[in-house]
Design a protein around this ligand. Structure first.
Ligand SMILES: [Zn+2]
Length: 301
């Protein structure tokens, strides 16, 4: 198997959203489609490998967020089979709710960022459960249920590599720095802790992150990411307990990330532009605040 990393040049910024084109013994598989706004770039990238759109019969998406699966409906309309978490499957077939939900985060930026969304024909969508195996192009991909970022998230494993979607965080390789994608309404700290333990136990050699590229030192990555998960959520919780409002918490969170980025050797401009594009910091503050509010209301902490 060969793995080709396709840079979708999201918002004309390099290395923020990837799709992966797999060359199997019997054909081609696409993992992640990116949004509709980058579909022309994706098709151009695929053509560079002398692959036609109709050659791609199998498309897998880690979850249904628009930066990962916004163009999945289009691929299904071309006749590809789209494999997706069973919780996400209905929302590819009827994407109105998915579009509205993203609209709550991105407001008037929706079209600029994501383009549009088109429905997938139901007979082209295969819902996956935890542990399901997908046989495609002579390859076998195992779906691992990996909540935390979203309840409809799978990591796909092939042998000693895994395509981690957002479950291993946002790290624009070759950077060593990691950012936490914790969007509302589904971010869940406890679920994500279990997901990290589960992913560690796969003992894969390499991770392929959608944002962005290959990670080689997998145990080190999960160590760093696990710390980040605790520290970021701890910071937001402290601020909430101190009575800070949303705007104030966003300021504090941004400043904390700026300092982390500087410590991690990341140029300031890079941090503001490249990391904000696929994962705006205000979004994670909203996701983490919502998580803590729900926990406090239910008195489960
Ligand atoms: Zn996502």
């Amino acid at each position: 198997m060969k793995i080709h990393t396709l840079d979708l040049l999201f918002q004309n910024i390099e290395r923020t959203i990837a799709a992966y084109l797999l060359e199997g013994p019997d054909g081609w598989v696409l993992i992640e489609t990116g949004p509709m706004s980058t579909l022309p770039t994706l098709r151009e990238r695929i053509r560079q490998y002398a692959v036609k759109t109709t050659d791609i019969k199998h498309v897998l998406v880690t979850h249904i967020h628009l930066d990962h699966a916004g163009a999945a409906g289009w691929w299904a309309q071309q006749g590809a089979t789209v494999y997706v978490h069973h919780v996400g499957a209905p929302h590819l077939i009827d994407p109105a709710k998915l579009w509205r939900s993203a609209g709550r985060i991105y407001g008037e930026q929706m079209e600029i960022l994501w383009g549009e969304i088109v429905p997938a024909p139901a007979d082209r969508v295969v819902p996956l459960d935890d542990g399901d195996e997908v046989a495609a192009a002579g390859l076998t991909l195992i779906a691992h249920d990996t909540p935390g970022h979203a309840w409809h998230h799978h990591v796909f494993q092939i042998g000693d590599v895994a395509f981690s979607g957002d479950a291993a965080g946002v790290r624009l390789a070759p950077d060593k720095w990691i950012s936490l994608p914790a969007p509302p309404p589904e971010f869940d700290l406890q679920a994500w802790r279990k997901t990290i333990a589960r992913l560690k136990a796969l003992h894969v050699e390499k991770l392929y992150l959608t944002h962005f590229g290959e990670v080689h030192n997998v145990p080190d990555h999960f160590q760093q990411f696990g710390d980040l998960l605790e520290n970021a959520t701890g910071l937001v919780r402290e601020q909430m307990e101190a009575g800070a409002d949303r705007e104030r918490i966003i300021d504090v969170y941004k400043q904390w990330n700026r300092e982390r980025a500087l410590d991690g050797g990341l140029p300031a401009g890079d941090f503001a532009q490249r990391y904000e594009a696929p994962n705006p910091l205000f979004m994670s503050v909203d996701g983490i605040m919502r998580y803590w509010r729900k926990k406090l209301e239910n008195r489960t902490i």
